[in-house]
Ligand binder design. Structure first.
Ligand SMILES: Cc1cc2nc3c(=O)[nH]c(=O)nc-3n(C[C@H](O)[C@H](O)[C@H](O)COP(=O)(O)O)c2cc1C
Ligand code: SF4
Ligand code: SF4
Length: 434
């Protein structure tokens, strides 16, 4: 049976599933139950400076978008960091770590961008016995306006500076949590590395307004007739997170840096995808908030079963496996030719593929009077749109044309050798293939 034990930047946990810093890790009561359910680690809800506790709104703090079946796809929040006194959190963390020594307990921290503030708080938190720190440079709302969170995470120089202060102060691993609210994730990731970070975690939430109440003309969640931008997370953000993780994993200068993958992880498969793209473990928030702590059971059993089937003994064996296959557009093989194929046995004759291809793609699907839908190979550019709009899974598939076959659309024979844009005759600066 696969061994799910992971050692992430020196921190060992029985499985790669950590709860992200958020309401699920807000207090001892939650974290104990999370550990009982099987979570490998937690990043405690972000701690702030000692002093008057943070004040949250007293109205709704969440907005959401849903699929047609009311399944939660995206969650937006305007919550701040912990609103409980620092010492209460520290006492609880100490007790929890003592009772669960085999689980990872990470302290998430956000204090003002001043050397003394960081250097004072880290040793105090370390006394809890926590296994490491996560620097929260991510929150896009509330704290950013006070010069913290994403206000730091959007400026690589600040990231490097604060990370260096922390590394000068503690021997524990320092994970830098990155904000996705930047145009290029590589700058902040490189800055974390330059500052001496042991790892990066990403993504924090995406700045967003999820909806507008058209009766009150206010963004939602609405507080007494007004709304504000919040942080977006959940399944909808996974593609953005995967891309950012992959960018860091495949960039020559940040490659090899441990990455904790966060953003929409809901199933073992989501986790496996993050790990394949270079994450050493994953963190989960929205899925736990939607389905409860026990979803980790499916994650553990699913990942373990898949690893057994694939012959992967340890999580490390999967880390980064897909990274060599992430490339830039110009290196994609232009001699790879596919065509859409419709299974008449599975087709329910809804006509979505026809409407999509006829109106917005390449007019490559015919519809007979008795609603039989067929692909015309001489028009099909293999865009895959019909596959994506068809409501029946695997009813439309893409078939690869073998070398030597005729592509009826171009009139050319499919070549066996790959050739990409860098060597294409239409490319004025064609050089050599990758
Ligand atoms: C209500 C809520 C509060 C959060 N609070 C924090 C926080 O205090 N510190 C932090 O680093 N991230 C915080 N996050 C962000 C999560 O840790 C995580 O990065 C984000 O939700 C993406 O993961 P997910 O798609 O699994 O939810 C919060 C998220 C939510 C939904
Ligand atoms: S793959 Fe694209 S072009 Fe081909 S039939 Fe489907 S929608 Fe039309
Ligand atoms: S979208 Fe799928 S089910 Fe609907 S007509 Fe096309 S092939 Fe058939």
């Amino acid at each position: 049976m696969a061994d799910l034990t992971t050692t992430f930047c020196g921190i060992t946990s029985p499985n790669p599933f950590w709860l992200a810093s958020a309401p699920p890790t807000d207090k001892e009561y939650n974290v104990r139950r999370a550990f009982e359910a099987g979570w490998g680690g937690v990043v405690w809800k972000t701690l702030g400076d000692d002093g008057p506790p943070v004040v949250n709104v007293n109205g709704p703090r969440y907005g959401a978008i849903w699929g047609a079946d009311r399944r939660l796809l995206g969650l937006n929040n305007i919550e701040l960091i912990t609103d409980r006194p620092l010492q209460v959190n520290l006492d609880e963390m100490t007790r929890v770590k003592k009772d669960y020594p085999d689980r990872a307990l990470i302290a998430s921290v956000m204090v003002p961008c001043e050397e003394a503030a960081w250097k004072e708080i880290l040793p105090r938190i370390a006394e809890t016995g926590c296994d490491g720190f996560e620097l929260n440079f991510g929150c896009p709302h509330g704290m950013a306006e006070r010069g913290m969170g994403s206000a730091v995470g959007q400026v690589p120089e600040y990231i490097e500076m604060v990370t260096r202060w922390c590394k000068e102060t503690t021997d524990l691993p320092v994970i830098v949590k990155l904000t996705p609210n930047v145009t290029n994730i590589l700058g902040p990731a490189q800055a974390a590395k330059d500052g001496g970070a042991d790892a990066v975690s990403l993504i924090n939430t995406i700045n967003s307004i999820t909806s507008v109440n058209l009766d009150t003309m206010s963004p939602e969640p609405m507080i007494d007739g007004k709304g504000t931008h919040g942080g977006y997370c959940g399944p909808a953000v996974k593609p953005i997170a995967l891309n950012m993780v992959a960018e860091i994993a495949r960039n020559p200068t940040t490659h090899g840096m441990p990455i904790s993958g966060i953003g929409g992880v809901t199933t073992w498969r989501d986790a496996a995808e993050f790990i394949a793209l270079g994450a050493g473990n994953v963190q989960v928030c929205t899925a736990a908030m939607t389905y409860g702590f026990k979803i980790v059971e499916e994650m553990i059993s699913g990942l373990s079963q898949w690893m057994d089937e694939q012959g992967h003994a340890r999580v490390e064996d999967v880390v980064g496996r897909a990274v060599p296959n992430v490339t830039d557009w110009q290196y994609l093989n232009l001699n790879y030719v596919t065509k859409a194929r419709i299974s008449q046995d599975d087709c329910i004759k809804c006509g979505r593929c026809y409407a999509a291809c006829e109106d917005t793609s390449h007019q490559a699907i015919s519809m007979s009077e008795d609603r039989v839908f067929e692909v015309m190979d001489d028009e099909c550019v293999a865009c895959n749109l019909c596959v994506n709009v068809c409501p029946v899974e695997d009813c439309i598939t893409m078939e690869t044309l073998a070398p030597g076959a005729l592509d009826e659309r171009t009139g050319k024979t499919v070549e066996a050798d790959p050739a990409n844009w860098t060597v294409h005759p239409n490319n004025p600066s064609a050089t050599a293939a990758e």
